[in-house]
Design a protein around this ligand. Structure first.
Ligand code: AHR
Length: 311
């Protein structure tokens, strides 16, 4: 079941004081990135007296998110923030929000709906570009003339973060005949599953694997462990590229166990707060509020960046 809690005290529904009541349906706590996103939103909205936050953790289940949204609608919140676990299946509940006059802002992951007016804005990254950058940097690192067999650890099945990172990466890899994705399977964005799937890849393809592309750092960290247990050196025998940029992966790059970090910024609290205030003031907000992101390759870049990492 999902858990709901209120992030700050005060009024609980529309009309109670001047607070902007935000209902936030979060996916869960599958990764370091996700925890950083939750913290950013709880801190930003919790520390701002203008807000009251209602937080709900869906524990990876879309049905829990739909329940949470219905509960937010019943409580007449001013704004719904939704980090959708998967892309499809949102039409009905978003129509209910629209009919209730409650704007919906998508956080971090996108959705597929015919009627685009069902949400007001999307705050988050360009996952296709992240996938493209992961491939480009890997080709740069290993050389375009090398023959490279890649295994891919996908994120949650049906999630935009997995679909788009897969598509962007595949597009760039297909353009180079020397590079092949020999295996691709979901590791659910978790360390445990990433390790498990990498173990299976190593069992079937062992010494044939030159690189691993993980849709997030947690799965990469699980894969690194699997590679070491298999008796090979991650970062050397098998190159590692992953998306997110949590502190643990910077440490892995510094230790020579990983190679490329494609950053994806989870600190979305300030942008959400600004968008909510703008909406309250009757201002138009951008359809896609993008975040600034970087790519870090190698030890030196990781060392330079680590001290200022916030997550
Ligand atoms: O949607 C963003 C992805 O979800 C992050 O890359 C991953 O770590 C998280 O679980």
């Amino acid at each position: 079941c999902n858990s709901e809690s209120s992030g700050s005290s005060g009024g609980t529904s529309k009309g109670k004081g001047d607070k902007i009541v935000v209902g936030f349906s979060q996916i869960g706590a599958e990764s370091g990135w996700r925890t950083a996103e939750t913290d950013s939103i709880k801190k930003t909205l919790g520390n701002d007296p203008q807000f009251e936050l209602k937080f709900s953790d869906a524990q990876q289940k879309q049905e829990n998110q739909i329940k949470a949204l219905r509960s937010f609608i019943a409580q007449k919140v001013d704004l719904i923030a939704l980090a959708p676990v998967v892309e499809s299946g949102w039409e009905t509940v978003l129509k209910e929000a629209k009919n209730a006059g409650i704007p919906v802002i998508l956080l971090d992951r996108g959705i597929k709906v015919k009627d685009e007016s069902l949400y007001t804005s999307f705050i988050g990254s360009d996952f296709i570009t992240e996938g493209e950058n992961a491939a480009k940097e890997l080709i740069n690192l290993m050389g375009k003339d090398s023959k490279v067999n890649i295994v891919e650890l996908q994120g949650t099945v049906g999630a935009s973060a997995a679909n788009d990172r897969m598509a962007g990466f595949a597009k760039e890899i297909k353009a180079n005949a020397n590079y092949k994705i020999i295996k691709s399977q979901t590791g659910d964005f978790t360390r445990t599953k990433g390790k498990e799937v990498m173990e299976a890849f190593l069992k079937s393809d062992g010494d044939n694997i030159d690189a691993v592309y993980a849709h997030n750092d947690d799965m990469a960290l699980g894969a690194i462990q699997a590679i070491e247990e298999y008796g090979l050196k991650p970062g050397k025998d098998i190159k590692v590229v992953s998306v997110d940029g949590i502190k643990d992966i910077f440490e892995a790059v510094i230790a020579g166990k990983s190679n490329i970090i494609v950053e994806c910024n989870p600190l979305l609290g300030p942008q959400l707060a600004q968008a909510a205030k703008d909406l309250k003031a009757g201002k138009e907000i951008e359809r896609w509020i993008k975040t600034d992101e970087d790519v870090f390759v190698g030890k030196e870049a990781a060392e330079e960046a680590l001290s200022s990492r916030q997550y």
